[in-house]
Design a protein around this ligand. Structure first.
Ligand code: AMP
Ligand code: DBH
Length: 552
């Protein structure tokens, strides 16, 4: 069985796979049959509301089959990889499931990604197809990006554009019923196989891809759907990027499909737009990152609007929710809050609805599965005393054993016995709840969007005037953290002002083609860098330096 496992992915060891099957976590269903089953159970329920359209489960499933057939006729085959970079639109889900149905592997990308990330994904996967929108935020033209990628990668044969497709294939045409329908030539991969590649925020120069199997992913979806108490009357507002792991599976759109409810798609997370959608569709559930909570509360308070209390559940995850904000949500806005601490690599923790207020406010919840193994260790990988803060390591029925095509990196990110090193510093309480206390990985969490500092540093250092650079997190009221680049500038006689230099470097990062959220929020020029005793740039003292500057 394992000989067919996706090359470059690390399979679960056989004894664990057996255990997860015996325990009923892995039920041997692929994502295509999952959707088929949802359509059989709830044919006439609405699965997706998108703009003025509403799509029933039956139609959804038929559109997926049509799309799979059209893609097959255009040359996509089982095992092919396809990068999916689409906005929150029903086409996203149809294409995701269509690729799965024909045995191809979707590679998830976010609308904010730019050339640098996309180029890396195509390189890493040898993707044969790329799905994108026509234009995005700030009039960014994805078709230009597609042209560039296509000219550089021969493997990339097909580009599909949602909207004005110009010389490329139109996504709309994929959703039309094909004239000739011969679905028997293809099938989804088997349940224990890798179904798609999910995205990691990462902590190194190259964005990492996460191979998730049908079996492991669907287990987390079904269990999440139960924990979140979803049912056929649930309506989930989706204003976070649909491809994000939180949006997909915790319980996310897939959790909703499992329970026969509906996903309401929105492209703008601002409270004005979101509240309108909540009212129009009588939304019951919303998932948000902490950075959005404040503007939502402010708007509700200003308008004396009780919309937040009308929800069955407001989920907050992706970054640490401040306890005071959690308390305010509950006390002032009567919100039924659920904290979600998860990762695209696997492990997800939830506060449960029957937990005490203290647990819901002050913890990030309890693991999804009793067989999620959790270790909290010190720098030497030794367990810390119960209740102490340490590094969170985890292994379990839906946590990967390795990143895609990254053997060297995997040696650092996983222990020899397969535990994933999350890079999070946490405390495990007697009651089983986890409290996220900090982070050991070199990553900035900018309102839930993760920035691998090394990736941005590597880009900045290629600028001819930059001699040395370090990217660090700075505290931010709204986003939790923002990025600050400290730069040693190679002086020249006609040097521009520091202000100008900052603008030049921000523009430079944009031109390199890094995702918009990775452009440093602030740039500081230094004459000397502080070093640790080991001779590494001392980021801790840079952070302190920044705090000093902030106060003064
Ligand atoms: P990724 O590995 O890119 O999917 O990002 C997952 C990471 O996001 C986790 O390892 C945490 O660092 C962070 N994260 C997610 N949810 C929370 C949360 N509720 N509180 C604190 N950090 C979180
Ligand atoms: O931040 C994350 O990656 C995340 C947060 C909440 C996640 O992957 C998830 C839930 O599944």
């Amino acid at each position: 069985m394992q000989s067919h496992y996706l090359a470059g992915a690390v399979p679960y060891p056989e004894e664990f796979a057996r255990l997860y099957r015996e325990k009923g976590y892995w039920i041997g269903q692929n994502l295509s049959d999952f959707l088929q089953e949802c359509a059989e159970k709830y044919p006439h329920h609405i699965a997706i509301y998108c703009e003025d359209q509403q799509i029933s489960y039956k139609t959804f499933n038929l559109l997926v089959s049509d799309c799979a057939e059209n893609l097959y006729q255009l040359g996509l085959r089982s095992g092919d990889k396809a990068i999916v970079q689409l906005p929150n639109h029903h086409a996203f889900y149809i294409i995701f499931f269509a690729l799965i149905r024909l045995g191809a592997l979707p590679v998830m990308s976010l609308p904010a990604h730019r050339f640098s990330e996309l180029n890396s994904f195509v390189e890493q996967t040898q993707a044969k197809a790329y799905f994108c929108a026509d234009v995005g935020a700030q009039k960014f033209d994805y078709r230009e990006l597609a042209r560039k990628l296509k000219s550089m990668h021969h493997a990339l044969e097909h580009v599909f554009v949602l909207g004005e497709s110009q010389e490329f294939h139109a996504v709309a045409a994929l959703l039309e019923t094909p004239e000739l329908f011969q679905p028997s030539q293809y099938s989804a991969s088997s349940p224990e196989q890798v179904a798609f590649l999910q995205l990691s925020g990462g902590s190194t120069g190259i964005p990492k891809l996460i191979p998730r199997t049908h079996d492991d992913y669907l287990y987390s979806v079904r269990e999440s759907s139960k924990i979140c108490c979803l049912d056929e009357t649930s309506k989930l507002l989706m204003v976070l990027p649909a491809a994000h792991n939180f949006s997909m599976s915790s319980a996310g759109a897939l959790g909703i499909f499992y329970s026969g409810g509906a996903v309401v798609l929105g492209t703008d997370p601002s409270p004005a737009q979101a509240f309108e959608l909540i009212r129009k569709h009588q939304v019951t559930d919303v998932c948000l990152v902490p950075a959005l909570v404040r503007p939502w509360m402010d708007k509700a308070a200003k308008d004396k609007d009780d919309i937040l209390s009308s929800l069955r559940c407001l989920q907050v995850g992706g970054a640490r929710l401040a306890d005071v904000v959690a308390l305010r949500l509950i006390d002032e806005f009567q919100v039924k809050l659920q904290q979600v601490f998860g990762m695209a690599e696997g492990l997800v923790n939830y506060t449960r609805f029957d937990m005490t207020k203290e647990q819901i406010v002050h913890t990030q919840g309890r693991k999804l599965c009793i067989d999620d193994e959790i270790l909290i260790v010190n720098d030497e990988d030794q367990p810390v005393p119960q209740g102490d803060v340490g590094h969170l390591l985890t292994r379990g029925p839906y946590t990967i054993r390795g990143y895609y095509n990254a053997p060297e990196h995997n040696l650092r990110s996983f222990t020899t016995d397969g535990f994933y090193r999350t890079g999070d510093l946490v405390r495990l309480r007697e009651d089983g709840c986890i409290v996220v206390e900090g982070r050991a990985k070199d990553q900035i969490n900018r309102g839930g969007e993760k920035i691998a500092t090394e990736e941005v540093e590597q880009a900045l250092i290629t600028h001819p005037q930059v001699k040395l650079v370090a990217l660090v997190a700075m505290p931010d009221e709204v986003l939790g953290e923002k990025s600050c680049a400290f730069v040693l500038w190679q002086s020249q006689p006609d040097d521009p002002s520091e202000f100008r230099r900052g603008l030049i470097l921000k523009q430079y990062i944009q031109n390199v083609g890094l995702a918009t959220y990775k452009i440093p929020d602030r740039i500081e020029f230094l004459d000397h860098f502080p070093y640790t005793a080991f001779g590494k740039i001392d980021k801790k003292s840079l952070v302190k330096k920044f705090e000093i500057q902030q106060v003064s």
